[in-house]
Write a protein that binds this ligand. Structure first.
Ligand SMILES: [Ca+2]
Ligand SMILES: [Ca+2]
Ligand SMILES: [Ca+2]
Length: 230
């Protein structure tokens, strides 16, 4: 067999194997998994908030997450929001498919808007999360905070006019039942907790990391063949 034919066969084999070996499997995606009718817990996702003002120890923990539920909170057709019986829109706390809004100390209590995903996956994974201003006209910016079982993994603050924002990736190991929380805080680049113009895009995707021995076996199997044909 000619070397070129052999290489072609190897290339085809690698391409056929690639989707399962190289492309990480998406195990959670806050956009794709979004429940169009606001079902809490659908696909492992629950929408809620963190009342930082009411937290006696001042540090976020997994038990500080509060799921949105009636009568205080309502499914408003495309987002969870305050029932707003008094008509003042305060607190501004809300979570939608791709965006949300925290509440700042200029409007009373400090709320972080939070997306929670409970893992049904065990193993190595990467979490890719994004934050950008939706209302990029004004304000001091917002902060995204990523937690695993209440422990901070990563955080980033975007400025008030930053419509581009950031995409960040964190390596983790998950066990079934672990919870990942992505919180949207009113904290701005000036270090204050005002919420003016704080509407922001925030989301996350969890990808399973392929078993390293699968890739190793593939290359170990291919290398000796290539060497022999040189
Ligand atoms: Ca706490
Ligand atoms: Ca209100
Ligand atoms: Ca802010």
């Amino acid at each position: 067999m000619k070397v070129t034919s052999l290489l072609r066969m190897v290339a085809v084999g690698v391409l056929m194997a690639a989707p399962s070996l190289v492309s990480a499997d998406v195990v959670a995606d806050s956009v794709a998994d979004w429940s169009a009718d606001g079902t809490q817990g659908a696909n492992g996702w629950t929408n809620g908030f963190y009342d930082a003002s009411a937290d006696t120890d001042g540090a976020y923990g997994a038990g500080d997450f509060q799921a949105f539920a009636g009568p205080t909170w309502v499914w408003a057709g495309s987002n969870w929001d305050e029932a707003n019986t008094d008509g003042d829109n305060v607190p501004w706390t809300t979570v939608a498919q791709e965006s949300g809004h925290p509440n700042g100390d200029n409007n009373g209590v400090v709320h972080h808007a939070v997306r929670r995903w409970e893992s049904d996956y065990s193993g190595d994974a990467t979490v890719s999360w994004n934050l950008a201003k939706q209302n990029a006209n004004c304000g001091n910016g917002t902060t995204g905070l990523l937690y695993l079982n209440g422990s901070l993994l990563d955080q980033f603050t975007v400025g008030g006019t930053d419509a581009t924002g950031v995409n960040r990736t964190v390596d983790i190991t998950l066990a079934s039942g672990d919870v990942l929380d992505l919180a949207l805080s009113p904290l701005g680049t000036d270090g204050t907790l005002a919420d003016g113009c704080d509407g922001s895009f925030f989301g996350m995707q969890v990808n399973a990391v392929p078993e390293p021995n699968c890739l190793a076996l593939l290359f170990l199997g291919v290398l000796p063949v290539l060497r022999r044909r040189k």
